[in-house]
Design a protein around this ligand. Structure first.
Ligand code: GLT
Ligand code: MN
Ligand code: MN
Length: 419
């Protein structure tokens, strides 16, 4: 954007938040916290508390507590909270009285702010003990990993969660030939089996339903080679016979993770739906064949997102939408809750509403019906006649695309641009 050079006065620190707040207000289009709470949207502890650090990046934000995150989510109208075990309990305090005290504090904070914990997940990728993955050759590492998964299931029940997520992270290798893939996958299954068996016992004891155990794939990072790189690989794993309770295990696809390997996320979701395994969904955005940048939903691919939500709405998906994204490093601590989260939630809701509109749209309906009706074909028609009979109808594909973009850009409501 090139503009005439004007002398711009520096903006003092104390005027910066008011400036951002004023421009945020000028954007308009915000939903109320009550409207936002109607959706099964969850906010991860790790997303809000992300300090902007990465391999080449020093943190740009300061640490925040789970109490603060829960309070801020409540104010925005994000009704659910999700967490890793070690987002809130330091590794050294797991399995101790201190763990119980922290879980108690979380319970109180959720209650005070009217939030629910919907999902818990185990960090089996960051700590040095998982350098060779949670399914490492050493039985002691695997036993520890299983103990961690079981502990998280327990915490999940204590907090009233319904879902557990598994991102295998370091399940793979940097060095070719050092890992035997079938053995590693068998060992990985043992961890999940331990979690499901423990869940059955805990749920019975607490008179609760068992959790929905959801696997999450990512094609690259943090290992060079990943053993379960895609949701499809995980579907094959769930059906491989290695799991004792495959009916308890489904998927938590992440939008960007499917896009990263070059897939069409909507097609990946469709395959999960057909398998009856689309149980949880991490929502964000990003670019094909790049890093896991975790940009907020709809900021890069709004049209694709509209189409994803059309698919989910038309199949009655009613699981969580987990805001698994990283507020940019350029956003301040204050900006995370006053810009990042409210705008992400509102873009999601707008796209969800638009998806409903597209499903009802008379142009799209008539065009889709016509395509399904097909052309009039004479009996015993040959290939050329069948082709000809449908030829003109097929132009409707492009017309539907045009109409979807009209809906996305508001052009169908008479918005026009003229030079
Ligand atoms: C990690 C990963 C995310 C997963 C989290 C769940 S951990 O941040 O990149 O996509 O959803 O363990
Ligand atoms: Mn994720
Ligand atoms: Mn990601």
């Amino acid at each position: 954007m090139k503009r005439k050079k004007a002398k711009l006065d520096p903006i003092p620190h104390e005027q910066q938040q008011p400036l951002v707040a004023r421009l945020m207000k000028a954007c308009g289009g915000s939903y109320t916290p009550e409207q936002r709470r109607k959706y099964f949207i969850s906010g991860p502890q790790w997303a809000a508390a992300y300090e902007g650090h990465a391999l080449f990046h020093a943190p740009t934000r300061s640490p925040i507590t789970f109490e603060h995150v829960i309070e801020q989510y409540a104010e925005i109208g994000i009704g659910h909270w999700t967490t890793h075990d070690t987002d809130v309990i330091p590794s050294s305090k797991l399995f101790t009285d201190e763990q119980d005290a922290i879980v108690d504090r979380i319970r109180k904070s959720l209650k005070k702010n009217g939030l629910k914990c919907s999902m818990v997940t185990t960090e089996t990728f960051h700590h040095a003990v998982f350098a060779a993955s949670p399914a490492a050759e050493s039985a002691s590492v695997r036993a520890y990993a299983a103990k961690r998964l079981v502990n998280t299931v327990n915490i999940g029940h204590q907090l009233g969660a319904s879902y557990a997520v598994y991102w295998p992270g370091s399940l793979g290798y940097q060095i070719q030939g050092a890992v035997e893939e079938t053995e590693t996958l068998r060992w990985y299954a043992e961890g999940l089996n331990a979690a499901c068996e423990a869940d059955i016992a805990i749920a019975a004891r607490m008179k609760r339903k068992t959790l929905k155990h959801c696997m999450e794939a990512k094609p690259f990072e943090p290992q060079a080679e990943i053993l379960l790189p895609t949701s499809d690989a995980m579907l094959a794993f769930i059906g491989s016979g290695l799991l004792k309770h495959p009916e308890m295990v489904g998927l938590n696809p992440e939008y960007l993770h499917e896009l990263m390997w070059g897939a069409a996320p909507r097609a990946a979701l469709a395959r999960a739906i057909l398998a009856g395994k689309l149980w949880h969904f991490d929502i964000n955005d990003g670019y094909r064949l790049k890093h896991d940048v975790d940009i907020a939903v709809g900021l890069v691919n709004p049209l694709d997102w509209l189409n994803v939500l059309i698919l989910l709405r038309s199949h009655g998906y009613n699981g969580p939408f987990n805001l698994d994204y990283k507020p940019p490093r350029t956003t301040s601590n204050w900006g995370v809750f006053s810009v990042s989260f409210p705008t992400a939630v509102d873009r999601f809701i707008s796209l969800w509403e638009m998806a409903g509109e597209a499903l009802e749209d008379s142009v799209i309906r008539e065009a889709s019906d016509a395509l399904r009706a097909g052309g009039t074909v004479p009996k015993n028609a040959g290939v050329d006649e069948i082709t000809e009979a449908n030829r003109e109808l097929l132009t409707l594909h492009e017309l539907i695309g045009h109409r979807l973009v009209q809906i996305l850009l508001g052009l169908h409501k008479g918005r026009v641009y003229s030079v």
